[in-house]
Design a protein. Structure first.
Length: 424
């Protein structure tokens, strides 16, 4: 049994959905569980809908919902000959329920409301993909991930209850595979014990594929993307990127932790635990080899990898009483940052100061200053760039720092991390 994951770019249009069907047809003798993301930029659009609902801006809410409906209907029109097909009604029903939300009471928890609405993107995409696959000759069946992946109540970044999830997948998915060749389900989604929808964090569809593969003892997982495989750098920043033909689970975890965007950071661990290989392949050229992520570390050192994180903020704090930065201080600092849901990308301390780097777009700078101002002096620098190089040498360091001011540098045997400012 194979697990496939198709992201938003691979189902962004009618032609893209037709291409998914062609790819699935390349594996006629295999049972497949197919995880599908929201179509195109639907998640971004649904986030705007949540904000309009939260602000009680009815006119904007109605317009945004209408735009989202029109986008999905345009895809339907490219896939089906007549709007009399039942899928048109199914999609309309989803949007009718969404429209009704503006007249209903809104809870006090924004993250809860976010998950109930943003999750509809995956529901819509999988309904449409399943209907087309059936029309195109596949034995496809739809499964609701909101009844498969059990999580806690941490909305927008839920943690998986593996015992309950294993039980639900065994009871609901395995019987479907007895009668169908393809089970189509949603990435990114889960549910609480009360039945409320949760999400696993942005780009969490990869993680869903990993969860399903683990629970079903899959032969492999394939993530279909618009790139030929995992590259050693983002082609937006490098002209001469190199495809990584084969890397280890350990290397993939390191790269995703430092910010490589191809694989969701949580995806690898369940696959590593059961030694299930992960393929990253191109939906544009599905016959190409792509990248395989597996247990062997023999190939990890052959090509240096570069990860760039732009728009970083460096905060540096010093106790006002000039006491040393010791374990007690660090414990307090980490507790404050955890409560504020601040995610640290890099940190460093000296005798009298502690510095940490975060994504500027994910933090309220003024809020961070307020959190520490009582006991600490705090300074910050904006608009910095964090560069990570795996398997570096001096030449690679010089290549990425040319014309930039070095702010902070950390080195281990295999990884160098450099915080820089672009010189004016």
């Amino acid at each position: 049994m194979l697990v496939f994951k198709f992201g938003g770019a691979s189902v962004k249009s009618a032609d893209a959905v037709k291409n998914v069907s062609k790819i699935l047809a390349l594996f006629p003798t295999d049972k497949r569980v197919v995880v599908v993301s929201a179509m195109g930029k639907t998640t971004n659009g649904l986030e705007e809908i949540v904000d309009a609902l939260w602000a009680k801006n009815e006119s904007l809410f109605y317009q945004l919902v209408a735009d989202c409906h029109a986008y999905h209907e345009s895809i339907l029109n490219g896939l089906f000959d007549t709007s009399a097909e039942p899928i048109f009604t199914e999609v309309k029903d989803v949007f009718d329920r969404l429209l009704a939300r503006i007249k209903e009471p809104i809870g006090e928890n924004y993250d809860f409301e976010y998950d109930q609405i943003v999750s509809l993107g995956e529901v819509l995409s999988t309904l449409i993909v399943t209907a087309f696959l059936k029309q195109d000759g596949h034995q496809a069946v739809w499964a609701d991930a909101r009844k498969l992946i059990r999580t806690n109540n941490q909305y927008r970044d839920a943690n998986v209850d593996w015992t309950k999830t294993q039980q639900a997948i065994s009871e609901r998915v395995v019987p479907l595979l007895d009668s169908a060749d393809c089970v189509i389900t949603q990435g990114f989604l889960g549910h609480t014990s009360e039945g409320f929808t949760t999400t696993l964090g942005r780009e969490g569809s990869d993680y869903t594929a990993g969860i399903l593969a683990y629970c079903l003892d899959a032969e492999s997982v394939t993530i279909w993307k618009d790139v030929p495989g995992m590259l050693n750098a983002d082609p937006k920043w490098f002209d001469d990127t190199i495809k990584l033909d084969q890397i280890s689970f350990k290397e993939a975890i390191e790269l995703s932790y430092y910010g490589a965007s191809v694989i969701h950071p949580k995806t690898i661990k369940p696959l590593q635990n059961k030694n299930i290989p992960l393929y990253v392949k191109s939906f544009i050229d599905p016959h190409a080899a792509g990248t395989v992520i597996q247990a062997s570390m023999d190939y990890d050192h052959l090509v240096p990898s570069f990860i760039f994180k732009l728009n970083q903020v460096l905060f540096s704090i010093t106790p006002k009483d000039f006491s040393f930065i010791v374990e007690e201080n660090l414990s307090e600092v980490f507790e404050i940052l955890a409560q504020a849901n601040v995610k640290i990308n890099l940190m460093q301390n000296s005798a009298l100061s502690f510095s940490f780097v975060v994504d500027q777009q994910k933090v309220n700078i003024q809020r961070v200053l307020e959190l520490f101002q009582e006991k600490y002096q705090i300074r910050f620098n904006e608009s910095l760039e964090l560069i990570t190089i795996r398997h570096y040498d001096q030449a690679t360091i010089e290549r990425v720092t040319k014309g930039k001011e070095l702010i902070l540098e950390q080195k281990t045997r295999q990884t160098v991390r450099i915080l820089v400012a672009v010189k004016n």
